[in-house]
Design a protein. Structure first.
Length: 178
């Protein structure tokens, strides 16, 4: 009689799910991690609701004479979230490589992680600069409006002193308001 295999731990299942969803890790490596055969993994995947991955050999859509639909502009927040997900998936892949002591895979994961983290940092910096420019533009328009009203705050200490002296002179000239 054949002995039953031990089901994988929740931690291994979570790691396998990340690797499977990334679409980069070969199914064979995921099968090894879970200790399953192809048929058992297929049933496991169906039971747990894991979607099929796109096949690398799937036929591409034929080009038509129609113009492709216009791409919607990318939202920086969405891109950052996607990059953060990719970093998380790559960490899971690196952890799996560390568990197997596979130096080539570890090096590849390290390079990929470095690239993803650098891209993520650059995207966040660009978004922050863009927000700063927008805030500066709004501040400049507020200052222009207050200058039109004649109530612009002085920019330097000498201007502050001169403005204060002018206001004091106006108050002296008006006399007591009582």
């Amino acid at each position: 009689m054949r002995a039953k295999s031990v089901p994988p731990s929740d931690e291994k299942i979570a790691q396998a799910k990340l690797l499977y969803d990334s679409g980069v890790t070969p199914i064979g490596e995921i099968l090894e991690l879970l200790g399953m055969s192809v048929g058992r993994f297929r049933r496991f995947r169906e039971i747990h609701g894991w979607p099929l991955r796109a096949s690398a050999c799937a036929p591409r859509r034929k080009a038509t004479d129609e113009t492709p639909p216009a791409k919607k502009p990318r939202d920086a927040g969405r891109l950052i979230a996607r990059l953060e997900d990719a970093v998380e998936q790559e960490f899971a892949r690196a952890e799996a490589a560390l568990a197997k002591h596979a130096p080539k895979t570890i090096e590849a994961s390290a390079r990929t992680l470095a690239s993803l983290v650098k891209t993520l940092a650059e995207l966040k910096r660009m978004r922050r600069e863009s927000e700063d420019r927008e805030n500066d533009a709004n501040d400049d328009s507020d200052e222009a409006a207050s200058e039109r009203d004649g109530d612009a705050p002085p920019r330097e200490l000498a201007e502050l002193r001169a403005e204060l002296a002018r206001r004091l002179e106006r108050l002296r000239g008006a006399g007591p308001t009582e």
